[in-house]
Design a protein around this ligand. Structure first.
Ligand SMILES: O=C(O)[C@H](O)[C@@H](O)[C@H](O)[C@H](O)COP(=O)(O)O
Length: 261
């Protein structure tokens, strides 16, 4: 039985990014205090990168022990190493190059000119194996129990590279798959699947901007996960939607408290 999602609505996109960044710092610090390390899955897109940029500028940024943080990705555009459109490239520019991470703990998805060539399916299988190797006896299946798995929400309700009705969102066994013919360019991608997403302790969905209002309303109104993949993204302990007022504008008013002032 899945836990009902929690919603927090902020005044605008900038405040949502800043508040989400502060929330992530606290979550990482608490996990590191409790277990000695933390494990976070990053997302691409404007909201995901906006959160990373806000985190880079946050006064409490270095309360995080960056050397004991495991970073993974929810999806990646299957492009050559260093391509400006790769999620890892954008994450490095927004935050990662500014903090002292342990490179062995930064798990970027393979590039299209990497060891698996332009075979996205082989790259996906390799990332699944890397996740399985990082999973321990206390984890729930072949992926680590991520403390926080973040997902931007597309206007069509996609999350990661799980697009409505396409094969990847229907995957129930594998944890990582290749995506071909994605409606959001580039067409070839590598993505976690819903089973992998659901291994996370907490799943945070980021939705800011008027262009996400319909997607949020659809995903939070009981739509099925095949037609609305965001509806199938939930964590074992918590599912949190972080929105701005514009993205929340089509939600039933009784679904969430008023936006932060
Ligand atoms: O590779 C990607 O494009 C992202 O992982 C994708 O899932 C993104 O998070 C959503 O499309 C929202 O993107 P925006 O925040 O830019 O709307």
């Amino acid at each position: 039985m899945t836990i009902a999602p929690q919603l927090v609505v902020h005044r605008d996109k900038e405040l949502m990014a800043q508040a989400a960044a502060a929330r992530l710092i606290t979550k990482i610090v608490d996990a590191q205090a409790a277990r000695g390390f933390a494990s976070v899955v990053l997302t691409g897109g404007r909201n995901g990168n906006g959160l990373l940029a806000a985190l880079a500028a946050a006064p409490a940024r270095d309360a995080v022990d960056w050397g004991r943080l495991d970073l993974w990705w929810g999806d990646e555009r299957f492009l050559p190493e260093g391509d400006p459109d790769r999620n890892v490239t954008q994450a490095r520019e927004a935050l990662l190059d500014a903090v002292p991470l342990d490179p062995k703990r930064v798990h970027a998805m393979p590039a299209s000119d990497g060891p698996y060539g332009n075979d996205a399916d082989a790259a996906a299988a390799a990332y699944a194996a890397e996740l399985a190797a990082a999973a321990g006896p206390e984890d729930h299946g072949p992926v680590p129990s991520f403390d926080v798995l973040m997902l931007g929400v597309g206007p069509d309700t996609h999350v990661a590279s799980l697009f409505p009705e396409l094969p990847a969102v229907r995957e129930t066994e594998r944890t990582v798959v290749g995506v071909h013919g994605a409606p959001k360019p580039p067409p070839t991608r590598v993505t976690l699947t819903l089973p992998a997403i659901r291994a996370a302790r907490e799943v945070w969905l980021l939705a800011a901007g008027e262009d996400k209002a319909q997607a949020a309303a659809i995903a939070l109104s009981g739509a099925g996960e095949i037609q609305a993949p965001a509806a199938g993204a939930y964590g074992r302990a918590r599912t949190l939607w972080l929105l701005d007022a514009a993205a929340a504008s089509r939600l039933p008013r009784d679904l969430y408290p008023p936006a932060s002032p």
